[in-house]
Ligand binder design. Structure first.
Ligand code: A3P
Length: 320
């Protein structure tokens, strides 16, 4: 995958020179733009989509902190929303031949990356899109329209571990320099992709309380624990609830089975395929479990993160 600073526009280079900068988890630098941390190429994509993206009332936008289960929720959303157009029991369902990231593209990372002008003409309604942007940095047209936002949150410990593995995977040659201790300290200090992690979560949590028809707040762990309840909640929020007939025919169960880690990660396209960005599809499937952090955290790390979670989420009603 591309990751060079020299391909940036002059406007973006100029902006970067004014922003706070830190060495990120890998070798490259990350910059603080509008209060969150991102790589130069991402910031350029963010600015383009902030300036150009025109939301439609019918749009559905999935938002996550990176490594919170975006791939899974893209698949669930796609299957759910398109279940009339693409009946879930059909053999040539798009999810069986394409990676979820190709079906629900990222705004700043795919559609508006590298100065591209996206072509939305092939999209059907509702358009399914995604972003990692914090609430305050969403393109204005998303805030001002009836666009629905589906936020997926994952506990900070597993998100951290998943991010650490992902970054190591993308930077194999630097794997040994990205020690877990250093990455953990950066994460705790808010320096993580699109971080601080806690601000991201809290802003969407608050928005979901203030505007329950616009923002739904889902949790990875809750979907794992009670998948049927959570996907029905999502369907109701999106105003496409399951009918009794669908439930009796097993449509809900089949969507969950189709989008399960076991099913998706074993598809040919996700074992050998690649995204247009150059990422191998398989990097988005690692373990797909709750609690893998236990295999990596020292007692000290556990206590430190518990403490930060308590401090940051105190009084919000959010529990981790
Ligand atoms: P782990 O690294 O803990 O395994 P994202 O999609 O936001 O990049 O997040 C990736 C994480 O979601 C990885 O977590 C990945 O294994 C997990 N994941 C991918 N597909 C999944 C699925 N269908 N069900 C549950 N988890 C999934």
């Amino acid at each position: 995958p591309k990751d060079q600073e020299d391909e940036l526009s002059d406007e973006c280079k100029k902006l970067l020179s004014t922003l706070p900068k830190e060495r990120g988890w890998s070798v490259s630098h990350i910059y603080n733009y509008q209060g969150f941390w991102a790589k130069p190429r991402v910031i350029q994509g963010v600015i383009a989509c902030q300036q150009q993206f025109q939301a439609q009332d019918s749009d559905i936008i999935l938002v996550t902190n990176p490594k919170s289960g975006t791939t899974w929720l893209k698949a669930l959303l796609f299957a759910l929303v398109n279940r009339v157009k693409y009946p879930i029991f059909e053999q040539n369902h798009p999810l069986l031949i394409k990676n979820p990231h190709d079906l629900v593209p990222f705004l700043e990372l795919t559609l508006y990356v590298d100065g591209q002008v996206p072509d939305f003409s092939s999209f059907t309604t509702p358009r399914l899109l995604s972003t990692h942007l914090p609430f305050a940095s969403l393109p204005k047209s998303i805030q001002d329209s009836n666009t629905k936002l589906v936020y997926l949150c994952r506990n900070s410990r597993d998100t951290f571990i998943s991010t650490w593995h992902f970054i190591n995977n993308l930077n194999l040659e630097h794997k040994n320099t990205n020690s877990i201790g250093r990455a953990f300290d950066l994460f705790c200090n808010g320096i993580s992709p699109y971080g601080p992690f806690w601000n991201h979560v809290l802003d969407y949590w608050k928005a979901s309380i203030e505007k329950p028809n616009k923002v739904i707040f889902l949790m990875y762990e809750e979907i794992k624990e009670q998948p049927k309840i959570q996907i029905k909640r999502l369907a109701e929020f999106l105003e496409c609830p399951f009918s009794e007939k669908e439930e009796n025919c097993g449509v809900v169960d089949e969507i969950l089975r189709m989008c399960s880690f076991e099913n998706l990660s074993n598809l040919e396209v996700n074992i050998n395929g690649k995204l247009s960005s150059g990422h191998e599809n398989k990097v988005f499937f690692r373990k797909g479990k709750v609690g893998d952090w236990k295999n990596y955290f020292t007692t000290e790390m556990k206590e430190k993160l518990n403490h930060i979670n308590e401090q940051k989420f105190e009084g919000s009603g959010l529990k981790f």
